[in-house]
Design a protein around this ligand. Structure first.
Ligand SMILES: Cc1cc2nc3c(=O)[nH]c(=O)nc-3n(C[C@H](O)[C@H](O)[C@H](O)COP(=O)(O)OP(=O)(O)OC[C@H]3O[C@@H](n4cnc5c(N)ncnc54)[C@H](O)[C@@H]3O)c2cc1C
Length: 534
């Protein structure tokens, strides 16, 4: 687990999640295997962590002036070959990786970024901007690109360059990971308060490029809300916007880069909005007979103006998997926090509202003080499980499981039907493709006009066939999700994996306009080919 005293997590296993020391211990690993074989009655004891990687030899060499910024070391290239989707993990830990970037470039300044992009454009080499490499949608996959590839790794630019305590904003370089940037803000008693589950490894540039969503389910959920201005280097020059708290001056240059997924240029830094560290905190867990009841209570809560700081709803299966329930009831985890005023009254009002809508209110905690008690503390259990989940996922991959998530968002009028139809279609595909498995759902983000359901699939896979098995399940789920009026992604981005559905979701004229912008910023078409466009 992330240690706050570490500025940058290290060392990293190129084929696993996070830091080596935080991987599951052997005994935990065995216990997971036993639990899986009991649950699924399948042979889940085989280990898959000795994948035969045979990387193609580098096809290009950097010119002398850039040689000191580039690496063709095999482990380095492997670390930059794929992201961290389930399919990537299977390649890294079972079937092996064949195609990696020919070179990894580590520019330290915008000038050096410009030099790398200039060389790539002149030589016709594709460039994939690479932050933490935690993409779960094929956003950094080198093997699908024709011809030579340079992965442009941004982690050498990881400083908080300036803090404006008056406006409460900071200029942060794109390669700063979550722990690194929060550690640099802490002396100022300020926080960005943006905690995606991949916080430990992902970077500010990656968050901006993918329009990432944080752990907080309400208020400022997306990185979009936290960006004041952006600096980027494109193959055709610099793109720097003006720092403003808001502006009505035409279409926003920042909005164009938010979600650009490395296709327009390399984001090198951004001014981001900060907040005071919260002093007053509280939380509670509330249980409901079933998920539909919990959703019916969530809507009035987020439309009430009570403004919870967090609010996640777990279906019974999800609650059980995360140690927040016994698998018979749905659980809502609600948080309140403020840097200035006590949250007791707000929490009490929220508890009353949820009880009026059929919720059974459990433990209510105010800054560690317990106001009322019931068995256990689902909120704490859920948070711990949330942070530990990526490490656990590696163990499930090793034990031969298919383990993957997908997410969407929809307005309240269609949300209930969407959840049930997507769940049913996914469960039926899982049964057909894998014979058995479980499909769970939680609500990760909630808005006055809708919410974001997030599905998890766990099923025993067939040795050597898990990637194609998952592709079949994902295809079935995505078709229903789009037909039911959802988005193909609420915060995981488009990458290469979501292209078939993204292309149908966006207006055709918008796709043409985006292509025209790209033709200006990147005339040679070298930036992350196959993502969003082309
Ligand atoms: C276990 C796990 C948990 C996750 N949890 C969340 C979550 O809670 N919320 C969420 O939103 N996502 C989550 N993700 C997905 C992923 O972490 C996000 O998409 C994240 O924003 C990617 O950041 P990164 O630095 O790792 O970017 P990368 O994976 O390196 O790159 C992602 C995309 O952005 C581009 N890019 C990266 N840096 C730059 C740059 N400086 N300039 C231009 N383009 C750039 C890349 O080319 C690529 O297209 C999770 C992933 C995993 C594996």
């Amino acid at each position: 687990m992330y240690d706050e005293s570490l500025p940058v997590p290290s060392p990293r296993d190129p084929t696993a999640w996070g830091t080596v020391g935080d991987a599951l211990a052997d005994a935990e690993h065995e216990a997971v295997g036993l639990m899986l074989s009991q649950r699924f009655g399948a042979d889940t004891t085989w280990r898959s962590s000795d994948a035969p990687h045979e990387l193609q030899a580098p096809r290009v060499h950097a010119p002398d002036p850039l040689a000191h910024l580039t690496s063709d070391v095999t482990e380095d290239r492997l670390l930059h070959a794929v992201g961290r989707s389930f399919t990537d993990m299977v390649a890294l830990r079972e079937t092996g990786v064949r195609h990696a970037p020919d070179l990894v470039a580590r520019p330290r300044t915008p000038d050096e970024v410009e030099a790398v992009l200039g060389w790539c454009a002149d030589a016709g080499i594709a460039c994939i901007p690479f932050g933490g490499g935690t993409s779960v949608v094929g956003g950094v996959t080198a093997g699908v690109v024709d011809g030579p590839v340079v992965a442009l790794q941004t982690r050498a630019m990881d400083r908080v360059l300036e803090v404006d305590t008056t406006s409460r904003a900071a200029l942060v370089q794109a390669g700063a990971t979550g722990p690194s940037l929060e550690a640099q803000l802490r002396p100022h008693d300020l926080t960005m308060r943006f905690f995606p589950q991949s916080f430990e490894m992902s970077t500010l540039g990656g968050w901006v490029a993918t329009r990432a969503g944080g752990h907080y389910a309400t208020r400022l959920t997306h990185i979009d809300d936290l960006v004041e201005s952006i600096d980027a280097v494109t193959p055709n020059g610099r793109w720097s916007s003006r720092r403003l708290p808001g502006s009505g001056a035409g279409p926003s240059p920042d909005r164009m880069l938010l979600g650009s997924e490395g296709t327009l240029g390399v984001i090198t830094s951004a001014w981001v909005r900060l907040q005071d560290q919260p002093v007053h905190r509280g939380g509670m867990s509330v249980t409901f007979d079933d998920f539909a009841d919990a959703l019916a209570a969530l809507r009035p809560l987020v439309q009430s103006g009570l403004d919870p700081a967090n609010c996640r709803v777990l279906d019974p299966g999800e609650a059980y998997l995360n140690g927040a329930g016994d698998g018979t009831r749905a659980v809502m985890v609600v948080g309140a926090e403020s840097p200035a005023v006590p949250v007791d009254a707000d929490l009490s009002a929220m508890a009353e509202l949820l009880a009026d809508h059929g919720g059974e209110v459990g433990t209510v905690r105010i800054r560690g003080r317990q106001l009322s008690t019931r068995d256990g503390d689902a909120a704490d259990a859920w948070k711990q499980a949330f942070l530990r989940a990526p490490y656990l996922r590696d163990a499930l991959v090793d034990h031969g499981m298919i383990i993957e998530t997908f997410e969407t968002a929809a307005t309240w009028d269609r949300l209930g039907a969407l959840v049930e139809r997507v769940r049913a279609a996914t469960a039926s595909a899982v049964e057909e493709v894998c014979g058995q498995g479980i499909v769970t759902c939680r609500i990760t983000h909630a808005y006055p006009d809708g919410a974001a359901p997030y599905f998890t699939v766990i099923a025993p896979g067939r040795r050597g066939a898990r990637a194609s098995q998952w592709a079949e399940v994902k295809q079935a789920a995505s078709e229903v999700l789009l037909a039911e009026g959802g988005t193909i992604t609420h915060h995981h981005a488009v990458g290469r994996d979501h292209r078939p559905w993204y292309d149908r979701q966006r207006p055709d004229l918008f796709a043409t306009a985006l292509g025209a912008v790209r033709a200006v910023t990147d005339p040679a078409g070298i930036m992350n080919p196959g993502v969003l466009l082309g």
